[in-house]
Design a protein. Structure first.
Length: 124
């Protein structure tokens, strides 16, 4: 029982630490993966170029890798642009709500309709 609770506490602490840094850790992992991947693809490209000097296989490696870079770059561009846009929309929404609250406080609203009646009308 104590061992289980200790594990849960440690997992909870790790989760809380990772939760804020998840985007950075994911970006770093993807970057390292892409570096290893492109290095491997380059070595394969050199190998094929030596075997088949007059072939277009080398060109297909280049085109494929350029397309992968474009897709990954597009994804990250839209991810960061949409995230910043979402933050701006939330900030504007919060600002609008606070402006509306301040406007309602400053208006001539009455708390009760009894304020429109005279004292003799109220005591009938």
């Amino acid at each position: 029982m104590f061992k289980f609770l200790t594990k849960q506490f440690i997992y909870g602490r790790i989760y809380l630490w990772v939760k804020d840094k998840l985007g950075a850790i994911l970006f770093l992992s993807i970057s390292i993966f892409l570096i290893i991947y492109f290095h491997n693809e380059y070595l394969n490209y050199i190998e094929y170029k030596e075997k088949f000097a007059e072939s277009y296989v080398g060109l297909s490696f280049v085109i494929k890798n350029i397309l992968i870079l474009l897709v990954a770059g597009g994804y990250f561009y839209f991810y960061f642009v949409l995230r910043s846009s979402k933050k701006n929309i939330e900030e504007k929404s919060i600002q609008k709500q606070t402006d509306e609250k301040e406007e309602m406080k400053g208006s001539n609203m009455v708390s009760s309709l009894d304020e429109f009646l005279d004292d003799d009308e109220l005591n009938r």
